[in-house]
Design a protein around this ligand. Structure first.
Ligand code: AMP
Ligand code: MG
Length: 325
């Protein structure tokens, strides 16, 4: 069981203070970058009748909403797609609650409560939105490196670690190529499954800059990642992995938006379409095609700050299974 320092010790610890200043710079750079590209920031709901079901292994939190069973948001995906009815380019810094399994308390990268920098753009292709993700990550790291050298020094983080990120385009490999690489490295990775966090750490430990993994097989993602028309069974999605073993920073992709296909994909993924009334009603009347992504804010800060544990970078951390304020 992970033991957290007391709230006073944690909040006043120089590591926490430096990491929170980095988080602040990331949020400022994200807002500057996206606003300059014409994105509008929306404030998203915290509870709702239904939320993102694509949260492998973790549990949703129920809320009694005047006698109706509502849920804490596990991601903003449904509202992101809906918001495009009024705004072509949106983003939000949205809180997510996921009761992750107890064994994730020791992965260094799971919290039960975290935030995503969540972006969605109508009419965008996967390549378009990967470009936006790359710009947000690069602008955030550049701001930290230029404006917070003292904080990086306090954390013992060498700014040289970001040379490739700041200077070169991010790499890309397909899920199939990632599976081959993992097998060559002796990790038994299934070709039709999610790349688990241990495998991600292996892949991520081999490189010195962030890279995208694209084209995940259908079985391992939620109904909203759009299936390729040319390659059935393959999704038009991606993950962004940080180097140095830090693993996944973001997930994204083109979205399914067609009513009939959404129903089909919900059924395939074991979801009951009847639960998604408000969202499916919008889809039936027409939702825009779009692509988007979500960057885990605390994981991003962990990477920039070079922290051993994701909870070290957040002022009021919730580690799975650990009772805390
Ligand atoms: P997902 O929808 O699961 O891909 O989550 C989107 C992003 O949020 C991931 O790429 C991570 O950076 C972050 N994330 C997901 N789950 C957690 C968690 N339990 N704790 C901290 N960050 C998370
Ligand atoms: Mg993911």
């Amino acid at each position: 069981m992970t033991l957290l320092p007391s709230p006073r010790e944690h909040l006043t610890c120089p590591t926490t203070v430096a990491a929170v200043r980095i988080q602040n710079a990331v949020l400022a750079a994200t807002r500057e970058t996206l606003t300059a590209k014409g994105f509008t920031e929306l404030l998203m709901p915290i509870v709702g009748p239904v939320t993102d079901p694509g949260i492998r292994g973790s549990k949703q939190v129920d809320v009694d909403y005047y006698g109706h069973k509502y849920r804490m948001m596990t991601s903003a995906i449904l509202y992101k797609q809906a918001s495009l009815l009024a705004f072509d380019k949106i983003f939000c810094i949205a809180p997510n609650v996921r009761l992750e399994p107890l064994e994730t308390a020791s992965t260094s990268r799971h919290l039960a409560e975290f935030r995503q920098i969540d972006v969605e753009m109508a009419g965008a292709s996967r390549a378009d939105i990967m470009g936006v993700a790359e710009d947000v990550v690069r602008a955030s790291v550049r701001k930290v490196v230029t404006e917070l050298p003292g904080e990086l020094e306090e954390l013992g983080r060498d700014a040289g670690a970001f040379a490739e990120l700041l200077g070169s385009p991010f790499g890309t490999m397909t899920h199939t190529a990632a599976v081959e690489t993992l097998r060559e490295l002796g990790h038994p990775q299934s070709a039709d499954a999610e790349i688990d966090w241990r495998a991600e750490v292996i892949l991520s430990g081999k490189v010195s800059g962030p890279f995208f993994v694209t084209d995940y097989p259908k079985g391992c993602r939620g109904f909203y990642d759009r299936e390729s028309a040319e390659q059935p069974g393959v999704l038009r999605n991606f993950d962004l992995l940080a180097p140095e073993g830090f693993g996944e920073l973001a997930s994204g992709g083109e979205r399914e938006f067609e009513y009939q296909k959404l129903i089909l994909r919900m059924r395939e993924t074991g979801e009951n379409p009847a639960k998604y009334g408000w969202y499916l009603n919008l889809a039936r009347e027409g939702l825009p095609a779009s692509a988007g992504f979500g960057i885990g804010l605390e994981r991003f800060v962990r990477y920039i700050a070079g922290l051993d544990e994701v909870w070290q970078g957040t002022p009021y951390p919730k580690i799975p299974g650990v009772v805390s304020p």
